[in-house]
Design a protein around this ligand. Structure first.
Ligand code: UD1
Ligand code: CA
Length: 425
């Protein structure tokens, strides 16, 4: 099993935020989690080391809370990417396997690419493999310098590059796979005699060649995968890129999405074919959506939602933590939270499940059984159960359970006063 080292000690000044860079989120998940999950999902790694520095305590706390197989290692002060990786030396003295090095701020890397990268490293019998990419505009990246025979000979940082080197458009993606025992001594040999006065991780390439290791380059196919987050602009761009990737997956699987540009679907949402998602729909968290459902326009699923087949969730309907069985409709202006709703239920426009008591801060459940009809503008004050086939009259406030096939109505009777208008004035 291999280990990963994820660099996340940098400051992230351009985020202009009190939150450490790698804890910024895309679809409610921290950037660093995307990287750790991509590594874990390869099934190749058993341990991840996250190098922390700036606001270390917050990142440490987050990692501890969310991962059993990730540990944080403090780098203080931060003297460069090579120095960052060297922080794991005390933990891996006797480790005789591969280490994959990545950055905590490139959330779009996929486990498929990482797997292919490690396979390439193994097939080539490489000791040190660097991931590269071909960029039309390589500015600011380290450039991959290849020798006449095409082998990777070194990496030169933008700030140290000659004009000739600056013209190279193969860049260092910042992801490496190394045979740990062979490359480990390099970390004691790194120098700071460069434009930034830092210990450059990139110098291990030249070191590898000088020490007769097998050094190779793997060229990335989709450059978006190493898109790095340095600002809120980048964060918005990455969110859009991830969303497009998710939308494409669903389209290929047979889901109809009318307007990909205004539809947002979280990575943990499953959708069966023949469901239609209308424009301006926002789907967050973990959800399971059946087939032949219609969702939106302007619907909001907030997570932990299970929709069986043929469910309709329409305009301005918000659903959170709910199971809705087949052929049930909630088509307009409704809030469904902490609920279990049966099949063939009709939820009238403007229905609210009042699940939250702000005094006790407790949430309670609404249970609606099969074939129930809820009249428009009703409030179901949870905890409450509406038994099978019952009807709720429009504008009712339901505070007690309703027996099956009954009508519950709390509306004041309508009065008509004849000629009232003409008698005024
Ligand atoms: C680095 C590479 C460059 C590559 C680019 C890809 C070096 C010297 N350069 O440049 O060749 O093209 O990544 O994105 O490695 N970090 C630490 N501790 C430190 C310094 C950095 O943990 O002491 C972390 C940062 O938080 C960041 C990552 O390492 O996540 C990369 O550091 P950064 O300074 O952004 O490197 P680049 O200049 O982008
Ligand atoms: Ca930098």
């Amino acid at each position: 099993m291999l280990k990963s080292v994820i660099l996340a000690a940098g400051k992230g000044t351009r985020m202009k935020s009190e939150t450490p860079k790698v804890l910024h989120e895309i679809f409610n998940k921290a950037l660093v989690s995307y990287v750790i999950d991509a590594v874990n999902n390869t099934g190749l790694a058993d341990e991840n080391f996250v190098i922390v520095g700036h606001q270390a305590e917050r990142v440490e706390e987050y990692i501890k809370l969310n991962y059993d197989n990730a540990k944080t290692v403090l780098q203080s002060p931060q003297l460069g990417t090579g120095h960052a990786v060297s922080m794991v030396l005390p933990y891996l003295k006797d480790f005789d396997g591969e280490v994959v090095i990545l950055c905590g701020d490139t959330p779009l890397i996929t486990s498929e690419t990482l797997k292919e990268f490690v396979e390439y490293h193994r097939e080539k019998k490489s000791d040190l493999t660097v991931m590269s990419a071909i960029f039309n505009n390589p500015t600011n990246y380290g450039r991959i310098v290849r020798s006449a025979d095409g082998m990777v000979s070194s990496i030169v940082e933008e700030k140290d590059a000659t004009q000739e080197q600056k013209a190279i458009n193969e860049i260092n993606a910042g992801i490496y796979c190394i045979n740990w025992q062979k490359v480990m001594p390099a970390f004691n040999d790194l120098k700071t005699n460069n434009a930034q006065g830092e210990y450059y991780l990139t110098d291990i390439i030249k070191w590898g060649n000088e020490n007769n290791l097998s050094v190779n380059g793997y060229i990335l196919k989709d450059n978006n995968e190493i898109f790095g987050i340095n600002s809120k602009v980048n964060l918005a761009e990455a969110t859009k890129m991830l969303n497009s990737r998710i939308i494409n997956k669903h389209l290929i699987n047979g889901v109809t999405i009318i307007d990909p540009a205004t539809t947002w679907i979280s990575p943990e949402t499953e959708i069966q074919p023949d469901t239609i998602i209308y424009p301006s729909t926002y789907i967050e968290g973990k959800n399971i959506i059946g087939k032949h459902c219609k969702i939106g326009p302007f619907a909001h699923l907030r997570g932990d939602v299970i929709l069986e087949d043929y469910v309709k969730i329409g305009n301005f309907v918000e659903v959170k933590k709910a199971i809705i069985k087949s052929h049930t409709n909630a088509c307009h202006l409704t809030y469904i939270g902490d609920s279990e709703i049966g099949s063939n239920v009709n939820i009238g426009a403007g229905t609210i499940t009042a699940n939250y008591n702000p005094l006790t801060k407790e949430k309670s459940k609404t249970i609606i059984k099969d074939n129930v009809k809820i009249g428009s503008n009703s409030v179901l004050v949870a905890p409450v159960t509406v038994e099978e086939g019952a009807n709720v009259g429009a504008l009712s406030v339901i505070t007690k359970n309703i027996q099956e096939w009954s009508l519950a109505i709390t509306r004041a009777p309508m009065r008509v006063i004849e000629g009232w208008v003409k008698k005024q004035g």
